[in-house]
Design a protein around this ligand. Structure first.
Ligand code: NAP
Length: 301
């Protein structure tokens, strides 16, 4: 396994909050990430963790507990969200933690006449400055940056799956500033209206395009079209930019991260198989080796 960036930069006091003794924090702000024409509700929530022992690194997740009980009397279930800020927080002082959330309010999978309302996502999207939020964690160590700053990074995310990549990129460009490897972000959204952190509502990620070692490829599935008129997904961008990607991964000096919908994995696998075979290599053998070396990191739901 490659070394992951160590925790030595974190202030002392780090601890993992459990459900039995969670962290009580306060919301500082909760701002929309979508443009006004979007039917989606996408929020960037900044949480004050001053006075707590909550410390995290890029790629970790936080648990959010909605107060109250379910219909059967049991406590509401914990929901995990990838932390969208880098370790210093959006304030740069180790005092905040940010989340990126989409309000789930969609036709029920069992009965399309009924709407399903996600408890935790609605709770987070409705939070106002000054409200309390109950957190657990942080959890997760595998989805972390490699310690070797010359490694190339391929980041593939759809929708709110971009959250850990904002965290990575903020750390690399604003906190650490020594990354020499090449970085590619493949980012899939429905339309420009939902292009979080790369639109007029919030351009946190767009700014990093000024760095020579960073390039973002965006797939707007309901806006952009392939030559045959079908939707463009992140895996199609992978195929269209195969020469660039192959150059970065062929020697194994890279780390790849996939975050978002479960369905994207199969498309990425197919694109990688084609890319490898066009270069005379067997992708499945390469991927197994990369997995064993901790260079193939997947977090899909
Ligand atoms: P979304 O708004 O539904 O956007 C997803 C995009 O991916 C759309 O453009 C969609 O296209 C496209 N897509 C659909 N099927 C695909 C496939 N098979 N391959 C590639 N692209 C595909 O996304 P979302 O609702 O935010 O969902 C993101 C996922 O990330 C969720 O499963 C969430 O649990 C997960 N996640 C969230 C966090 C977090 O911290 N919030 C962290 C990690 C992961 P069309 O809809 O046009 O077909």
């Amino acid at each position: 396994m490659p070394d992951k960036i160590p925790k030595h930069e974190l202030p002392p006091g780090s601890r993992t909050y459990k459900l039995s003794d969670p962290c009580q924090a306060t919301v500082i702000s909760n701002e929309p990430l979508h443009l006004k024409d979007s039917p989606d509700d996408l929020m960037h929530t900044v949480i004050d963790i001053r006075g707590t022992d909550y410390r995290y690194i890029e790629g970790q997740s936080a648990g959010v507990l909605v107060p109250g009980t379910r219909e059967d009397g049991k406590p509401n279930k914990l929901r995990l969200y990838s932390i969208a800020s880098a370790r210093r927080g959006d304030d740069g002082k180790f005092e905040t933690l940010s989340l990126c959330t989409k309000r789930v309010h969609e036709p029920h999978w069992d009965n399309a006449d009924e709407m399903f309302r996600g408890l935790a996502s609605n709770h987070i999207c409705d939070l106002k400055p000054g409200d309390r939020i109950i957190l657990t964690g942080p959890v997760g160590k595998h989805f972390a940056l490699p310690a070797d700053e010359s490694m190339n990074l391929i980041l593939m995310g759809v929708g709110t799956g971009v959250a850990p990549f904002r965290s990575f990129l903020k750390h690399i460009y604003e906190e650490h500033a020594g990354w020499s490897g090449q970085i590619r972000l493949f980012y899939g959204v429905k339309t420009q209206n939902e292009l979080m952190y790369m639109n007029e509502a919030n351009d946190d990620l767009e700014q990093f395009e000024a760095h020579a070692n960073f390039r973002a490829y965006v797939a707007r599935s309901r806006q952009d079209k392939q030559a045959d008129g079908s939707k463009v997904y992140v895996q199609h961008l992978l195929r269209d930019n195969a020469a660039d990607v192959w150059e970065l991964i062929k020697d194994g000096h890279f780390s790849m991260y996939i975050c978002g919908l479960k369905g994207m994995e199969a498309g990425i696998q197919e694109a990688m198989e084609t890319m490898a075979s066009e270069n005379g290599r067997d992708w499945n053998a390469m991927r197994d080796e990369f997995k064993a070396q901790g260079k193939w990191n997947v977090e899909v739901y």
